[in-house]
Design a protein around this ligand. Structure first.
Ligand SMILES: Cc1cc2nc3c(=O)[nH]c(=O)nc-3n(C[C@H](O)[C@H](O)[C@H](O)COP(=O)(O)OP(=O)(O)OC[C@H]3O[C@@H](n4cnc5c(N)ncnc54)[C@H](O)[C@@H]3O)c2cc1C
Length: 507
């Protein structure tokens, strides 16, 4: 997407006649910029000369405003447009995509037409069985998952896949991922990842006439007579209002907001720097909805993604799994080759203050040694000729660290269940340690909704005209463990359903 400043975009819309109130859902191509496969419709329709800046009091109008341009928002915008609504999508950053764009782009789905095409046997029951087993590894009790909603998502996933196919999107042969071997993840075909998915949908949205405003953060929901009447956005020259009969919040989670992490997931607050989620994801959907009576979920959590290090040369070592992770006592706390969400939780609960990746100069660790030897971040890399000296540098108990390594080298079976294929002995000096911290790729939380993704208030009643989709309302589907492919599927599915609910409301 070509970035466009909010003031200029709004000026262009106004000059193009987009400021006319849209009274109902009609022809999808009415009252919108010309259909185009170019990513920036307002830009492509721009007159040669710079239009006059609209007065700050001028507002623009739509049937439905979607806030956030990740998978949930783009899916919602397209679905609403297909159903005849005039739609404006506002995106805070200079490009659409959000965390969805950063992801692998693999939508989890069972019994899909694509799986059938490739002869892959799968069922709702098989995914549910894995979902139950995985959630049972959650270290804490929780109100969630809400299994009825999980069942619904699993069942809807094949419908969702068919909808993307109907838009002309192509999947390659579904794949397994890591410890989840069933070929259930529907990646873009023939290759590519999340950016292909969101790029396709961004273009499709504009082709269908959705107006996308970049660098246009929503700041507030506008309420009139107890119902949503639009949003306020922060334009470069001040605040503007977009009037709409319904608003779909698709702003992602709060992984980049230290204050909200402190408030909702205090155990994670110290690790705010270690998120790979989109920088736009600062929980705006939660705070805007809360201001009009929405209810945040209880016991929020994050989507764990194993451990990360400040040492840039060591960024990918985590995925080898053959090293040992030890805590500040020098003890192991996890199966280093296990599911990354489980390793994350083990680190949070059993390795407070950070962890050390420990390895040796044995051949199995050649890549590790190279990363350590080329690191510029001496503060977080430790090297010694003996385990005792290494422990002293790390500040952990020497006897404990020595016992941990001895057990790894001699136990017939790994005490944490690590498969033999990725076990390795630490026998050859020098020995190394690198500091690691829990890393997340988003959050489990947001605001409560009905099954149709209407945002609800404290009494359980839907707030008229307010909907949510994606990470801004994903809490009911998990305890503390992410399911590969489920977050994207939820974003897409909830976007579609929220849009259908919103269209039914505005009609
Ligand atoms: C690196 C990475 C890898 C991942 N891998 C996978 C995977 O393989 N499979 C899987 O299922 N999940 C994966 N996930 C998780 C998954 O991608 C997300 O949970 C999901 O994409 C969230 O979609 P969303 O549309 O709700 O939010 P996002 O895609 O994050 O979109 C939210 C958008 O809202 C915008 N926004 C926020 N506030 C405002 C505002 N006030 N006004 C306007 N716009 C706003 C943001 O800038 C952002 O563009 C991964 C995540 C990351 C970061």
């Amino acid at each position: 997407m070509k970035p466009m400043k909010a003031t200029r975009i709004l000026a262009l819309l106004l000059s193009l006649g987009m400021a006319v109130a849209i009274a109902g859902c009609g022809n999808p191509n009415a009252n919108t910029p010309a259909a185009s496969t170019e990513p920036a419709p307002a830009a492509s329709a721009a007159p040669a000369e710079e239009p006059a800046e609209p007065a700050a009091t001028e507002d623009i109008h739509a049937d439905i405003v979607v806030v956030g341009g990740g998978l949930a928002g783009l899916s919602a915008a397209i679905k609403a447009r297909e159903n005849g609504a005039n739609v404006i999508l506002v995106e805070k950053l200079a490009m659409t995509g959000g965390s969805s764009m950063r992801s692998g782009g693999g939508l989890g789905a069972t019994a899909s037409s694509v799986q059938k095409e490739y002869g892959i046997e799968d069922s709702n029951e098989a995914w549910k069985e894995l979902w139950v087993a995985r959630q049972e590894t959650s270290p804490a009790e929780s109100l969630y998952p809400d299994w009825e909603r999980v069942d619904w998502l699993i069942d809807y996933s094949k419908t969702s896949i068919d909808w993307y196919l109907s838009l002309g999107y192509a999947f390659r042969r579904p794949e397994g991922f890591g410890v989840d071997t069933v070929e259930r993840l529907h990646f873009p075909g023939p290759e590519g990842s999340g950016a292909v998915l969101t790029g396709f949908l961004g273009n499709k949205a504009q082709e269908l006439g959705v107006t996308i405003l970049l660098e246009t953060p929503a700041t507030e929901l506008v309420m009139e007579n107890g119902a949503v009447a639009g949003i306020k956005v922060a334009a470069a020259d001040g605040e503007r209002r977009i009037n709409a009969k319904a608003v779909i919040l698709a702003c992602g989670g709060f992984a980049n907001n230290p204050e909200l992490l402190q408030r909702f997931t205090p155990d994670m607050a110290g690790y705010a720097a270690y998120t790979v989620s989109s920088p736009g994801n600062t929980g705006d959907g939660i705070t805007m909805a809360e201001a009009v009576g929405a209810v945040p979920f209880e016991d929020m959590w994050v989507i764990g993604l194993g451990l990360a290090t400040p040492v840039s040369t060591a960024a990918s070592l985590y995925w080898y799994g053959n090293h040992l992770f030890v805590n500040m006592d020098g003890a192991r706390f996890t199966d280093e080759g296990g599911h990354y969400a489980i390793v994350y939780n083990d680190a949070v609960y059993r390795s407070p203050g950070g962890s050390f990746m420990v390895f040796s100069s044995d051949a199995a660790f050649a890549g590790h040694v190279e990363a350590a030897e080329t690191a510029e971040d001496a503060e977080n890399v430790f090297k010694a000729d003996t385990v005792e000296e290494l422990a002293a540098l790390m500040g952990v108990d020497a006897a404990k660290l020595a016992a941990t390594i001895e057990e790894n080298n001699t136990a017939a079976a790994d005490p944490f269940g690590k498969p033999d294929a990725i076990r390795a002995k630490l026998e050859t000096a020098p020995y190394y340690a690198i500091k690691y911290y829990p890393q997340n790729m988003g959050t489990f939380g947001g605001v409560k909704t009905t099954d149709n993704f209407e945002v609800i208030d404290a009494s359980g009643a839907a707030i008229p005209g307010l909907y949510a989709a994606g990470e801004v309302c994903n809490r009911p589907f998990y305890n503390q463990v992410y399911m590969s492919g489920s977050a994207l599927q939820l974003a897409g599915t909830s976007g579609q359903v929220a849009a259908e609910s919103a269209v039914a409301y505005v009609k």
